[in-house]
Structure formats: C-alpha cells, structure tokens
Design a protein around this ligand. Structure first.
Ligand SMILES: Nc1ncnc2c1ncn2[C@@H]1O[C@H](COP(=O)(O)OP(=O)(O)OP(=O)(O)O)[C@@H](O)[C@H]1O
Ligand SMILES: [Mg+2]
Length: 418
C-alpha cells in the first residue's frame, strides 16, 4: 500500500533507535538483517524474532518495547485487530507500529491507520522498501542527526577560502571544543593535508566508495586526527587531471562524516559546480569569502544572490567574510563601500597578514599554533558564536543529546483508547 512512499530522508544517518520485527517470512528476515550492515542504520538496533502478534504480546509482557515494532500477520480479521489492541497495551506510548499483511486493501489500510498503526505494508518487501519505511518513521519520531554542515566558498580563486576553512576548523575544535572534521572538495588540487602538516593518503573516489560500504575501519583510517577535537579527510592523492567525484558521491561522504562529527566544514574552493550547488543548498551555513577588490566583490554579490535562490530565496545562513583587508592593491575598496557593494556588511574581517599566513602555509601549522594570531582567532571565535551560533561544547560526550521521548506522541496510545 504505502510501499512506494520512500520519502527524501533515505540517505541520512538515523538516530539511535531500536526496531523489532515479529515475522515468519524469511525474505523479510533477510532484508531486515541486511540493513544492520548499512551505515545509515549504524545506530539502529534491529532485532528479528520468528513470530507474530501473539509472540509480541508475550514478549513485551515484561520487556521494554522498541521505538518501532513490525508485526506480520497472515490474515486480517477483527480478531487480529483485537490482538493488536492487546499488544498496544503492552507497549510504551512512544512505540510506533507497522503491520505487514498479505493483501492490498484500502479499507483495511485506513482502518489500521485509524487504530494508530503508522503504516501497513504488503509483501514482498525488500531491503530498500524496509529501509525507507524505517528511515521515515524513525526520523519523524526521533529527528535526524543534528550535525552542522558549514560550506566555505570563494567569490573567486585565491581569495583565501581554504585558509578560512582551516582557521574556522581550528577555532571550532581548539577554542570551542567542538568535535570537527574538515574536508576539501578539490580532488588532487587539495592542499588540506599539507596545511595540517600531514600527507594525503587517499582520494575522494576511494572515500566515496568506502563511505557506502559497511567497513567502518577503512573509512575511519582516511580521517586523520590533528588534535583532540580536530580531524581532516586526508584526500588529495588523486591525479590533478582526474575528474572530481559526482555530487552524489560527495553527498555520501558528507553523510558518513556527519554520522560521527557534530561539525563538518567543507572547503569548496576548487570544487565542481555540481558539488558547490549541492552544498550551497544543503549546508546549514554558507561562508562566502571575498577580498576587498572590485572584481571579487562583484562576484561575491552575484554568488550571494545565487546562493539565496538555491536555498529557496532565504538569506538565513549565508555569511560574508572579507579576507586580506589592507592588501593595499590599487583597487582596494573601503570597508564602507564594501557594505554598499555587497548590500550586506561582512560579518568577519581578516586583515592581510602575509607573514602569519606565510608561516602557517610553509610550516603546515594551524594559526592557533603560531604566535601573533590571537586577534584573528578571537574574531573568528566571535563570528562562530554570534553569527553561526556554535557555542562552547562543555560536555565532551558525543552521545549526549536531548531526551526527546517525553515529547513524542505515542500512536499506540491512541489504540489503547479505542
Ligand atoms: N588574510 C591573509 N593574509 C595574507 N595571506 C593570506 C590571507 N589569507 C590567505 N592568504 C594566502 O593567500 C594564498 C591563497 O589562499 P588560499 O589557498 O586559502 O585561497 P583559496 O581561495 O583557497 O585559493 P584557491 O582558489 O586556489 O583554492 C595562500 O598563500 C594563503 O596563505
Ligand atoms: Mg583553496
């Protein structure tokens, strides 16, 4: 019945949750078990029990019910509805129920939905359908993983977009205590590994392949730590003249990183247009970097407009950073005129400091490791706190999320009242 309503949340990491299936069908068992190897379900506990509604009634007489309960039935009679009602009485208000039945029947579907059942599925069910149903119900109930994605994009080349993404990551991790990962979409042109004082060990193609597999170890080897809270994706080993990964593949990588890192920073200088467009649409925050020169400002203005359109005519989350102020080229525009040209005021201004950035670049060091960077770091911190809304992480635990179950409306609860 609802087997084709896959929804758009098929490719997000699901929150920690529990699912139990009471089924006799061996194909469904296989499909459910195959999901346990899928990265999206890394935090979902899936239990498959050979049985039906009666087995479930007995089972939950003295056990806590899961977030999602799937019950297979071979016949749908009034007797079955009554037993479903009994099962509801044994379950927590927050448990969602899905019934798998033998026939496609609109009347029956409506009746079950009225009873408070979240969905009615008709066999056969493959892993894709089952996964989509799990995703839909669990995200509706528990919310998606709330990692923050920040994209840095330059008004043109060489304005300091990569430098800015490094300093943002540096401050996020080392001043604000956020577990952060930074990655570069530029393929072989990426300078990220060198900037972090390391070497490239992989390429985006390989990372994309690995991010789709269940092999957690291979993936985590590609993410190299540089300090307690900061890591980077050590790509850049691909040939310069090789095509970049597709936007879809890049999305898999992002999804995989968001699974583990509360903050993900993407350097888009050198990214393909497809990837830029995709990140512009998806990121929580977009940081547009421009120098105070006419050519850069003109392009920045256009970029902000386009980003706004891509984001559904919303300006929220679009930020402008003015870099290399005081570079002193003949065409530098005053700060006042910058605001007029952009029709918005830069939220962060970084002066032209060739010595400081030169040391960072030549020695592969973060600004926080170099004397004399204090003022920039403190300005960046203020920007992150006030404009991006990221504050000091006092807990070091990643798992600590708000307890949401109290707010959830139990659908089976409705059943009980019938
Ligand atoms: N505020 C600054 N003061 C002085 N030098 C800077 C500043 N910001 C960046 N730089 C230097 O400018 C050069 C270009 O910076 P960066 O590579 O970050 O730019 P980009 O926009 O990412 O370039 P690309 O388009 O090549 O990816 C680097 O040598 C960097 O060290
Ligand atoms: Mg760059």
């Amino acid at each position: 019945m609802m087997n084709n309503s896959l929804g758009s949340n098929t490719f997000v990491l699901l929150p920690a949750a529990s699912v139990a299936l009471f089924i006799k069908d061996s194909d469904i068992r296989q499909a459910a078990l195959s999901l346990t190897g899928d990265w999206r379900f890394a935090r979902v506990k899936i239990e498959v029990i050979d049985g039906d509604v009666e087995t479930a009634i007995d089972y939950y007489a003295d056990k806590t019910s899961p977030d999602l309960l799937i019950v297979e039935t071979l016949e749908i009679t009034d007797g079955f509805s009554d037993r479903l009602d009994v099962l509801g009485g044994h379950c927590a208000d927050t448990t969602a129920a899905v019934v798998v039945g033998p026939v496609n029947d609109v009347y029956l579907y409506r009746k079950l939905i009225d009873m408070g059942v979240s969905d009615y599925l008709v066999k056969p069910l493959n892993a894709d359908v089952l996964g989509a149903v799990f995703s839909k119900i669990l995200t509706e109930r528990l919310g998606a993983q709330d990692s923050q994605l920040i994209g840095c994009i330059g008004a043109k080349g060489g304005v300091g977009t990569s430098s800015l993404s490094y300093v943002l990551s540096d401050v996020l991790a080392n001043s604000l205590g956020q577990k952060t990962v930074v990655l570069d979409a530029a393929g072989g042109w990426s300078y990220l590994s060198v900037a972090m004082g390391r070497e490239s060990i992989t390429n985006l193609h390989e990372v994309a392949r690995t991010s789709l597999s269940a092999d957690k170890d291979s993936f985590s080897r590609m993410v190299v730590p540089v300090g307690e809270k900061l890591s980077f994706l050590a790509t850049g080993a691909e040939p310069l003249m090789e095509d970049s990964v597709s936007a879809d593949s890049f999305e898999f990588i992002i999804n995989r990183l968001m699974q583990t890192y509360p903050v993900v920073v993407v350097d888009l200088s050198g990214a393909s247009i497809d990837i830029c467009r995709h990140i512009l649409a998806r990121a929580n925050d977009i940081v547009v970097v421009s120098t105070p020169t006419l050519s850069s400002l003109r392009s920045a203005r256009a970029l902000i407009q386009e980003a706004k359109t891509i984001r559904g005519e919303k300006e929220d989350g679009i930020h402008i950073v003015l870099n290399q102020k005081g570079i002193g080229s003949g065409s530098e525009v005053s700060e006042n005129d910058v605001a007029i040209a952009l029709k918005m005021k830069p939220e962060l201004v970084i002066p032209f400091l060739p010595k400081l950035f030169g040391i960072a670049e030549s020695q592969g060091k973060l600004l926080s490791m170099i004397a004399g960077a204090g003022e920039i770091l403190s300005d960046v911190k203020t920007f992150l706190e006030k404009k991006i809304g990221i504050v000091l992480d006092k807990s070091t635990s990643l798992e600590a999320g708000p307890e949401k179950s109290g707010l959830l409306r139990g659908l089976l609860h409705k059943m009980k009242k019938k």
